[in-house]
Design a protein around this ligand. Structure first.
Ligand code: FAD
Length: 504
């Protein structure tokens, strides 16, 4: 039977040239067959970009691979460094530190998760923290780096990594990438948006200089302004500030000092937390806090006191609201990036959510009529994605013993989503963690943060608990020895960047 004639999308318009806009443009310019649709991007120098977004997670490697980007060239262009995980300081309790590594801890044995053996060994006095069984954790502690090994028997096969990048350079790099592949860029402020009287679909945009840009599909990448999604289509916002109460950031770069760390630092403060992100030419710093519990002057003082080198430029304040648009795809328009929603950068998930937003669109690529079922599926998948990330972020705030400020007292006692409560209860019972619906953060992440913030289960797995402690300790010792040997042979992070041709 002959297929019905398809009305293809021919004219895709992206509004916004921050990371979201240029990531979308770069992906479309690579994925769409040449000549199948025109891709146009509009950005306004008058508005500029948010300019932060320096830490990433390993999924970014897939995005770069999809675009066919050369890793060393990418790192050089973005002043990038490698990231093996995040060091969390003062989160569970003041004075405590743990590491959330990419990749796994140890090796599961007899089908039972590694951390069950670790919990059993800990009870019998084994003193080593969980991260000593993660190749990323051990390498990070010594400022070492190497690429993963494909051989599954190698310790290095468990290594996962991401990047720290300069967000402004990243958008510039992608702009060059996308323009080379045929994306047309306009500079100008979008002033009015035209819609079809019957369907409400967006049909065109008028710029400040009077130019009209028409399209049959639109990406709203206008950042917190959400020009198309909120101001034009009136899509409501689902507010999660009661679960993630931080709403303001003070950011500033500082000079680069000392060795280049292959990890992000996150230090909990009185009413939020502070990040330190090392790139090749500078350190990115930011203090995220709740304006309900701290004023701006105090927040800036804390930011500056937490720098380890002289600042470059002046601190910049960014206000935000945590949550997401009720639906991300409305009519013939998808919100990608900050216009879609924002979850604070505690686990560096925003660029990832942009990436998922684009790849889900490509996997559901519509015809020009845009059927409801496709749109609904996209919205369902993206909502699930946001919910899952949200739960993992809330875990950091609720699993704490800190009682030294009204902010932490609120977080420790707040009611949390049922989905998270269930996970915590299950973990507390016997250390069980499961990954639902292909969620982003898998077992090692939940275990690292849970145990790192003193969420110890009542009992361990009964099968493991019945094993002699000496036998378990022996297995754990061999794993630690193998990791230590491997890391001893790895180059320093900085030497690796130089030898890889990625140093600036
Ligand atoms: P923006 O960068 O704000 O870009 C908006 C674009 O829209 C601009 O080009 C502007 O010119 C254009 N525009 C707006 N209105 C108009 C108009 N009327 N006409 C024409 N053009 C218009 N993410 C991570 O993954 N890791 C992190 O470590 C991280 N840290 C962050 C820290 C903070 C404090 C914040 C606030 C965000 C952080 N993020 C992080 C998120 C990340 O910065 C953003 O997700 C990412 O930069 C995408 O932003 P965007 O492109 O959506 O918006």
């Amino acid at each position: 039977m002959a297929e019905p004639q398809q009305k293809r999308l021919k004219n895709i318009v992206i509004v916004g040239g921050g990371s979201a806009g240029w990531m979308t443009a770069a992906a479309l310019s690579t994925m769409l067959p040449k000549g199948s649709a025109r891709v146009t991007l509009i950005e306004s120098d008058k508005i500029g970009t948010v300019g932060v977004g320096e830490a990433t997670i390993p999924d970014m490697l897939n995005f770069n691979a999809m675009l066919g980007i050369n890793e060393a060239e990418f790192l050089k262009a973005t002043n990038g460094t490698f990231k093996l995980g995040i060091e969390f300081i003062d989160w569970g309790q003041k004075g405590e530190t743990y590491f959330h590594p990419f990749g796994s801890h140890g090796v599961d044995m007899q089908g039972i998760d590694f951390h069950q053996y670790w919990l059993h060994a800990k009870k019998s006095g084994q003193p080593f923290p969980l991260e000593n069984y993660s190749i990323c954790g051990v390498a990070a502690a010594q400022n070492k780096f190497a690429l993963p090994d494909r051989n599954p028997r190698s310790v290095l096969s468990h290594l996962r990594y991401a990047y720290h990048i300069d967000a402004t350079l990243y958008a510039k790099y992608l702009r060059n990438f996308a323009e080379t592949r045929g994306v047309t860029r306009f500079e100008g402020l979008v002033e009015t948006v035209a819609q079809d009287n019957e369907t409400g679909h967006i049909t065109g945009l008028t710029l400040e200089n009077g130019d009209v840009i028409e399209g049959d599909f639109f990406f709203d990448c206008t950042g917190f302004r959400a020009l198309l999604t909120e101001k034009t289509l009136g899509v409501p916002f689902t507010d999660w500030s009661h679960w993630l109460p931080c709403d303001t950031a003070q950011t500033v770069a500082s000079e680069r000092v000392g060795e280049l760390l292959p990890y992000t630092k996150s230090t909990a403060k009185t009413a939020g937390w502070q990040w330190r992100i090392p790139t090749q030419h500078r350190t990115g710093n930011g203090h995220i806090y709740s304006s309900q519990y701290m004023n701006d002057d105090e927040a800036v003082d804390i930011l500056l006191a937490g720098l380890d080198s002289p600042m470059k430029g002046e601190p910049r304040k960014i206000r935000f609201k945590t949550g997401h648009r009720k639906t991300l795809w409305n009519k013939n328009c998808i919100a990608v990036g900050l216009s879609a929603g924002f979850l604070e950068p505690l686990e560096s998930t925003s660029l990832y959510l942009i990436q998922v937003g684009i790849s889900r669109f490509i996997s559901l690529f519509p015809t020009a009529d845009v059927s409801d079922i496709i749109r609904d599926e996209y919205n369902l998948q993206m909502e699930t994605e946001f919910n899952q990330v949200r739960d993992f972020l809330i875990l950091h705030y609720v699993a704490t013993d800190r009682d030294d400020s009204p902010f932490w007292n609120y977080c420790r006692n707040m009611s949390i989503p049922d989905s998270l409560q269930r996970k915590i209860d299950l973990f507390k019972e016997a250390g069980r963690v499961f990954r639902y619906d292909g969620e982003l953060f898998s077992k090692p992440s939940w275990i690292a943060v849970g145990i790192g913030q003193n969420l110890y289960p009542k009992t361990t797995d009964p099968i493991v608990a019945s094993l002699p402690a000496a036998q378990v300790n022996h297995s754990l010792d061999s794993m630690r020895t193998a990791m230590a040997k491997t890391v001893a042979q790895m180059p320093t992070h900085e030497d690796f960047l130089k030898n890889y041709g990625a140093a600036v």
